[in-house]
Design a protein around this ligand. Sequence first.
Ligand code: NAD
Length: 368
Amino acid sequence: MIKVKNRKLLLLPGDGIGPEVVREVRKIIEWFNKNKSLDFKIEEGLVGGASYDKHKNPITDEVFYKALESEAVILGAVGGPKYDNLEFSKRPERALLKLRKELKLFANLRPAICFKQLVEASSLKPEIISGLDIMIVRELTGGIYFGEPRGIEPIENNERKGVNTHTYTTNEIQRVARVAFDLAKKRKNKVTSCEKSNVMEAGILWREEVQALKDKEYQKIELSHMLADNCAMQLLRDPKQFDVIVTDNLFGDILSDEAAMLTGSLGLLPSASLGAKDKNGKIRSMYEPVHGSAPDIAGKNIANPIATILSLSMALKYSLDLDKEAEQLDKAVQSVLDDGLRTKDIMSKNMKEISTSVMGDAIIAKLK
Ligand code: NAD
């Protein structure tokens, strides 16, 4: 077997349940190293509150440079009540924002897949949700969360004014649309682009630029445009009409949470954040579960590691060119669910409740 040499993965377990779920990911990477033609060097670093506790800084330069040198970063979660009163620059979330900003991770990918074994966990009717497989691509570094001017200022009559600015350029729109079109090519060839072009100029530009890119480079993709508020309704009415949805930072924040929750449990939802290609054609990337650090269950070995394990699967697919291994891992997860094994959060009648570490072991057993 030829080993692919010198591939570096950086694991950033973070806080709360982060270390518990990332530990299971580490076991799986070690299994791939041992049993497949892979040779990943696994590095770990402190991030968030764990880094603050040791260094009074949510991410040190050393860890940040390790992230720059890695092919992919896999993060657990950051934050917790202990850190809620820290000044803004020291808060655990600053580490995430720094990584996203400095790695220029402009596209956030969130799949919403309904596992057939867990149809009952959704608040929607089984016939609406069963077989659901959509991908939301959210622009992550532009729009109203970053636009200038911004702030709160005094105005006449002792009142105040809050200002945020929604801006997008052609390049910012087209680079994220390109990610969506490329993903659709590997799926059902369908992209729905969402904005509010009925009331916002930036929305008109968004619609025009996405359409122009499709006309120029992606003629075979079926592109439709939808107002973001309608998309929010359609996701509940008939979510299976969608394949890939691409939208801006603000609408994507809301629509991706909505789509994610269609499928039931936070413990199952992975995400990927992708950046631009560097001069060697490599894409910078970070993978993390959608859930947070879940302080209420931290340290009890009951957290569901599947969201983080599926984040590893996305890394195998989108950063590491290991589609087969990604598929193998996805199938192993499915197979464990087929066997009726469940962590506490997705437990239901007649199923067997298992711990975080046993879930990891069961998935590895299926890889074999
Ligand atoms: P949360 O996602 O941590 O937890 C919400 C609920 O879901 C909790 O009841 C928790 O026990 C449960 N849950 C979450 N993940 C689970 C898993 N893998 N298995 C089983 N149950 C799971 O959200 P929260 O409680 O609002 O936030 C807790 C902390 O996490 C806060 O400090 C918040 O700022 C932080 N947070 C971090 C991230 C991140 O690191 N990307 C994201 C969201 C929240």
